[in-house]
Design a protein around this ligand. Structure first.
Ligand SMILES: Nc1ncnc2c1ncn2[C@@H]1O[C@H](COP(=O)(O)OP(=O)(O)OP(=O)(O)O)[C@@H](O)[C@H]1O
Length: 359
């Protein structure tokens, strides 16, 4: 296993990149600790696969370096990087049994038979396939085949890292939850460095210790699931993470007060004046129906079981409020109160700190 360092990486598929738009990956630097579980999260086209391919060696970056430990692997081919990969679709040998499929990477490395048997048994248990070890892969469902792929990815203990590229795409929703939980358990038990690419926030947030959020070829934030939720560094992280995402409203700031469409909203601390587009952001669960405060126009109430979502508008902008189960919704309310401690201030999409903390 290895620490992975991405040092000033950037990539353009164009041989002569001109503007920003020609860079599929804008300059980025990250260090991933040995044995950590990381997710690359972002919507389609944001550059996740490009980054993963650079790490796996399928692609050489236009700029920068990839280090495994202290070793520069930037131009090493995939085969020499000692990594395991699990792709979106199953890669299994149909004519082999489940056992033979799982044992294959270990046999290739010349491991003794007793160690192979022990390791295969332990992985088979984790993916819940002990009862089918002697069945041929042909004829198994796509689900089962993808479980074998996951198991094969995990079977070697000596890899530098395991890379997962949207590995649960073909898995049915019920099973997704189970496999996600198993992957997390596998990580805890085996301690591999794992990098998991997905556009699904639930997968990223449940799997990873640290999530790297990408948007338009840029890393907009890397942090723990909790920090992405509590203090998104960019408006994209705010609305991409959370369900529903963060509410964002255009505002003017004067010291410790934000003004939205003429209504004063107290903030927890004063902010320095800034040029650019200023917005305040707040999670839907940090807002309450009120008798005074910011005018809110309720459009509909959605009951999602453990809470209700009030969908509406503030100053013509869509705005959601989450009301916990059991809490009454006052009839005819038309104002909302925002928890000052949970309001973030964003300038040109980037979070800014209050005056005293900024120094
Ligand atoms: N081989 C290629 N040649 C030219 N442009 C490419 C190539 N592969 C990807 N791109 C472009 O690079 C950008 C990033 O693509 P990438 O596949 O890395 O994103 P992604 O986040 O993995 O998306 P998806 O989840 O849809 O695969 C996109 O604009 C894409 O069109």
């Amino acid at each position: 296993m290895a620490r992975i360092t991405l040092d000033n990486l950037a990539h353009s598929y164009s041989p002569a990149p001109k503007g920003d738009a020609d860079w599929a990956l804008k300059p980025m630097s990250l260090t991933w600790r040995d044995g950590g579980a990381y997710a690359l999260l972002g919507s389609s086209g944001c550059g996740k696969t490009t980054l993963l391919n650079i790490i796996s060696g399928l692609l050489h970056p236009s700029r920068g370096q990839v280090l495994f430990g202290d070793r520069d692997v930037t131009t090493l081919p995939t085969a020499d990087r000692n990594i395991a990969q699990v792709f979106q679709f199953p890669v299994v040998y149909d004519t082999m049994t489940v056992r033979q499929n799982l044992a294959f990477p270990l046999k290739n490395r010349g491991l003794p038979a007793d160690r192979i048997a022990a390791r295969v048994a332990s992985v088979a248990r984790m993916i819940g396939m002990e009862d089918r070890l002697d069945r041929r892969a042909r004829g198994l469902t796509a689900d089962a085949k993808q479980k074998i792929s996951l198991g094969r990815g995990m079977v070697r203990q000596d890899v530098n890292a395991i890379l997962f590229d949207e590995p649960l795409t073909v898995i049915d929703p019920q099973m997704k939850w189970e496999l996600r939980t198993q992957l997390k358990a596998l990580h805890r038990e085996f301690g591999h460095t794992m990098i998991y690419v997905t556009h699904d926030q639930t997968e990223a947030l449940t799997f990873a210790d640290e999530v790297v959020v990408m948007s338009e070829g840029r890393v907009v934030q890397a942090g723990t699931p909790q920090s992405l939720f509590d203090a998104p560094a960019h408006t994209f992280v705010g609305y991409f993470i959370g369900s529903p995402g963060m509410n964002l409203l255009d505002a003017q700031i004067a010291g410790a007060t934000a003004f939205v469409d003429g209504t004063a909203i107290p903030l927890a601390a004063p902010y320095a004046p800034s040029a650019g587009r200023v917005q305040i952001g707040i999670r839907p669960d940090a807002v309450r129906p009120a008798t005074e405060g910011l005018p809110f126009h309720l459009v509909r109430v959605e009951d999602v079981g453990h809470h209700r979502i009030l969908r509406g508008e503030v100053a013509g902008t869509p705005f959601n409020v989450v009301v916990p189960e059991g809490e009454p919704i006052p009839a005819g309310f038309d104002r909302i109160a925002l928890d000052p401690a949970r309001i973030g201030v964003f300038v040109d999409d980037w979070r800014i700190e209050p005056r005293e903390r900024a120094a």
